[in-house]
Design a protein around this ligand. Structure first.
Ligand SMILES: [Zn+2]
Length: 167
């Protein structure tokens, strides 16, 4: 875990945390949760930035990060959450209870799923590859008929095949 000096985002000093070669913690954690340690009156105010960032890292399954990095290696630039750069995507990784995105039993709420788009490849192209190589990626579930790539690393009863669901 590599933590960079803070920059101001919407008036909050926010530290960027590098998880892998190309992926950052803010791509997986919603802004409201990420900035909580600097919110006055919040109990996380007592924590050091490093402790809090480590706590946030623990919300994401390492299998998800590994799978996403492998996809990044194969397909190039990927977009998950974009709030760090001023974009609107905030809930494409871990979702906090009550955020209102998707269903409460979605794997996003346990940090086991992410939604992403690739600059150079369509969601369908990436899905076609995942259908062939899901075991190598460690991906157990994908969604079909959506314009983004949803992947989950949750445990599934049938380990012999990739589970394909519709949103
Ligand atoms: Zn999703």
């Amino acid at each position: 875990m590599e933590i960079f000096n803070s920059v101001q985002i919407q008036g909050y000093p926010i530290n960027r945390v590098k998880l892998t070669e190309n992926l950052y913690l803010d791509e997986y954690i919603p802004f409201q949760l990420y900035k909580r340690y600097v919110t006055v009156g919040d109990r996380f105010n007592l924590w050091s930035v490093n402790q809090y960032m480590e706590l946030l890292c623990r919300k994401i399954s390492p299998k998800l990060i590994e799978a996403d990095q492998k996809l990044r290696d194969r397909f190039g630039p990927v977009t998950i959450n974009t709030w760090w750069g001023g974009g609107d995507y905030d809930f494409r990784g871990f979702r906090t209870s009550g955020c209102g995105f998707g269903t409460e039993l979605s794997d996003h709420y346990q940090g086991r799923a992410s939604d992403k788009t690739f600059k150079k490849y369509s969601a369908e192209e990436v899905r076609e590859d995942i259908k062939k190589n899901w075991q190598e990626y460690g991906i157990s579930i994908i969604e079909e008929d959506v314009t983004w790539v949803h992947t989950s690393v949750a445990w599934v009863p049938d380990q012999k095949q990739l589970k394909i669901v519709k949103p």
